[in-house]
Design a protein around this ligand. Structure first.
Ligand code: DLL
Length: 432
């Protein structure tokens, strides 16, 4: 199902013209309206007149997440605040949140790219979309909502969690399309089994899964257990939310909506642009966004690009499913967690040493984080009861800081391996 034949099957020549026109306008606009970008361009010695086609994009400076934080909350607005109709932010658990502020037109684009995404999974106005992505500042819930609305499908805006109810609703309303994170999807299957619900008897036919890393084997498991075709969908708050790229029925890479988002792959160490097929950091320029457009945004996500017309007929370049991230961010049950945040909490707790290790595991398809932290000798010689109290206390503090439940285990002094170079903080035992 192709939602927008004109744009999704555009010839490469026409696409390049369109991207060039859009980039020229974008750069002019940013130079005039956003001080942050004027300064950056001046510093890089590039003027809007230097940008004559999309090929000139490499003259422009990159934008990083840390820079976005310096202009929180409204420093990136390219329009007057009165034209903003909606705001989303990242969870903010890793520091100052990053903001995406949408104009009416931006919401239109978001609806369009999400209609394309859901159509790739075969969604039509006949479908019943059970949307189990969280609604709120997170972009998953409303992004899917707008796309499904544009298609004219019947949306069940159930949001995340409440698993038994999800399964009840799925049966009662005969949902045909499921949208949620891949790990949650498998958890649904697990609970269905406990409830003796035969998933093969349900009406589910396809799903759009993303927002966290997952693998081919996890896809197979989802497809077998839920009897659906599982599509990988990608996006990030800074760019628009979900709706940057998605998999068609071929399930062989994610089509990037290049008429709106221009992708490049760079070597994260040297910043050099890499050729198609080479692995590196994905960099995206928003070609049509009005509210908070971004130039050459470094996503920190690692992938590679695969050009060529797909068997589905779409002409857009595809990106491989994500291979990892350039930083050490963990995604636990959809929540972004940095070891440094945990460290900050641990360092405040009396009786512990700044030696810790994070063990990530997957049980029943849900991610679990165990935080092992060394206690000092004094605490070590204390009664068991006190150790348990301290563990609970740290778990409580971590929950406040991260928004997720963790298991804290106090370990003997000096039992965590020391390193002469960088400490190995993370042991990720999830097999995907
Ligand atoms: O997760 C947007 C989204 C919502 C995408 C629903 C797909 C479905 P953020 O919370 O800003 O936005 O997190 C963005 O999540 O940079 C990736 O590291 C990771 N991520 C997103 N999609 C995928 C995916 C949303 N399909 C960060 N595979 C991104 C692997 C993904 N990782």
């Amino acid at each position: 199902m192709i939602w927008n034949e004109t744009y999704e099957k555009l010839s490469r020549e026409r696409l390049k013209e369109l991207q060039s026109e859009r980039l020229i306008n974008l750069v002019k606009n940013l130079y005039e309206k956003v001080i942050f970008y004027k300064k950056k361009m001046d510093k890089a010695g590039v003027h809007p007149n230097d940008i004559k086609s999309i090929d000139d994009i490499s003259k422009l400076p990159f934008t990083t997440k840390d820079e976005l934080r310096t202009v929180y909350p409204y420093g990136l607005l390219a329009v007057d605040l009165k034209y903003i109709v909606e705001i989303h932010t990242s969870s903010g658990t890793t520091g100052t949140p990053v903001v995406d502020a949408y104009t009416r037109h931006d919401i239109e684009i978001w609806s369009e790219v999400m209609a394309r995404t859901l159509s790739m999974a075969g969604t039509t106005e006949e479908d019943i979309v059970q949307n189990a992505y969280g609604y709120g500042l997170f972009t998953g819930g409303l992004g899917v909502h707008y796309g499904a609305r544009k298609i004219g499908a019947n949306i069940i805006p159930i949001s995340g969690g409440n698993t038994k109810r999800q399964l009840q609703i799925m049966q009662d309303f005969k949902s045909t399309i499921l949208t949620c994170t891949p790990s949650y999807c498998l958890f649904l299957a697990e609970v269905a089994k406990e409830m003796n619900i035969d998933l093969s008897k349900l009406n589910l036919r396809a799903g759009c899964f993303g927002a966290e890393p997952w693998s081919e084997s996890m896809r197979k498991e989802i497809e077998n257990k839920l009897h659906v075709k599982a599509h990988d969908i990608y996006g990030l708050t800074e760019i628009i939310g979900p709706g940057v790229a998605a998999e068609c029925e071929e399930q062989d890479g994610l089509h990037v909506y290049e008429d709106h988002f221009y992708p490049e792959i760079i070597d994260p160490e040297t910043d050099n642009v890499l050729a198609n097929g080479e692995k590196g950091e994905l960099v995206i320029t928003t070609l049509t966004k009005e509210g908070t457009p971004l130039l050459r945004y470094r996503t920190r996500d690692i992938t590679f690009l695969k050009p060529g017309t797909c068997r589905c007929g779409r002409t857009s370049v595809k990106m491989n499913r994500l291979l990892g991230r350039t930083d050490d961010m963990l995604i636990i049950r959809g929540v972004n967690v940095f070891p440094s945040q945990i460290e900050q909490v641990l360092l405040k707790i009396e009786g512990t040493e700044p030696h810790y290790q994070l063990i990530v595991n997957r049980e029943q398809h849900l991610d679990f984080l165990e935080v092992q932290v060394e206690m000092n000798e004094k605490l070590f010689s204390d009664e068991i009861k006190n150790l348990e109290t301290t563990e609970k206390k740290i778990e409580g503090e971590l929950y406040i800081a991260l928004g997720i439940h963790t298991k804290v285990k106090l370990v003997e002094p000096k039992s965590i391996q020391r390193s002469e170079g960088k400490a190995k903080r993370i042991i990720d035992k999830r097999t995907m």
